[in-house]
Design a protein around this ligand. Structure first.
Ligand SMILES: Nc1ncnc2c1ncn2[C@@H]1O[C@H](COP(=O)(O)OP(=O)(O)O)[C@@H](O)[C@H]1O
Ligand SMILES: [Mg+2]
Length: 263
């Protein structure tokens, strides 16, 4: 009997959300998978906030997707000023309802903050979210947690001594799982900025967000041959055959550009 010919078709790749950052989308088959949570990790000064802003600006200017920047790190005037340096007019985009900046004082965060954000995201039809930074948000998670959430019985059953670090760690992890899960339910593509701790085996200070997120991008800033230079690497990306090289990253006068490596 004649064997039937097998036909191989390319599996359909998930819909992609383009960042529009030159040189970046091609590393991940065209962009972030729609409705994913992506962690952008790196030390201070590596360019994470600029990357996040560029993702939102391009979203509203080129791809007709409304963006929300939630920042605990900068005041809105500083965000606007930093964006101006790259020719991005945040005030205009905000005026036309294409972008929203929320600078939230860390003191004002409480157990209702997640829910308040969810309401705004739904009401305003937000499609792209940047949280700057997840690290700042979660570090404070124990402060706005409810004491009734502590699983005292479970801790006792496992003979875990109820100490401040144990309870704090529990709240941080619980908060991250719930927060990222909530974002998933909103049909948005989210970039979560994470401050990396130095000399740690983990990429994030909370040690869990790199496992919970669908994708992880790392930016480093290192001395190479006597000069400091930035580079970017995609550590993981759900449903994606991602590039695995380390790429030079440059902050130019129009924002971030990711360069090809010369092999
Ligand atoms: N207009 C600019 N041109 C070139 N580089 C800039 C410009 N503005 C800021 N930078 C660089 O970007 C760095 C800050 O980037 P940022 O995204 O705020 O870092 P992070 O959020 O990772 O701490 C600055 O330390 C500076 O080196
Ligand atoms: Mg920053």
């Amino acid at each position: 009997m004649k064997k039937s010919k097998r036909i191989f078709t390319n599996r359909k790749i998930e819909e992609r959300i383009k960042t529009g950052i030159p040189g970046f989308d091609e590393l991940i088959q065209g962009g972030f998978p729609r409705n994913s949570n992506i962690l952008l990790a790196g030390a201070p000064g590596t360019g994470k906030s600029i990357f996040g802003m560029q993702y939102l600006i391009n979203g509203s200017e080129k791809y007709n997707e409304k963006g929300l920047l939630v920042t605990f790190e900068q005041k809105r005037d500083d965000v606007i000023q930093q964006a101006n340096q790259f020719g991005w007019d945040i005030s205009k985009l905000e005026k036309f309802g294409k972008l929203k900046i929320m600078d939230i004082d860390i003191e004002r965060i409480n157990d209702r903050t997640s829910n308040d954000l969810r309401i705004i995201i739904r009401k305003e039809g937000i499609k792209r979210i940047v949280i700057d930074s997840l690290s700042t948000l979660v570090v404070n998670a124990p402060m706005y947690a409810k004491l009734s959430d502590i699983p005292i019985n479970r801790l006792i059953a496992n003979k875990i001594i109820i100490s401040q670090p144990v309870v704090g760690d529990f709240f941080v992890k619980k908060f991250i799982y719930e927060f990222l899960n909530d974002l998933k339910g909103l049909n948005c593509t989210s970039l979560l900025i994470g401050e990396s701790a130095q000399n740690s085996e983990y990429l994030s200070r909370d040690t869990v967000s790199e496992f919970v997120c669908d994708g992880v991008i790392v930016i480093t800033f290192e001395a190479l041959g006597g000069e400091f230079s930035r580079s970017l690497m995609v550590r993981k990306m759900r449903a994606t055959r991602n590039d695995e090289d380390i790429h030079p990253l440059e902050i130019g006068n129009k924002g971030i550009v990711v360069h090809k490596i010369v092999k």
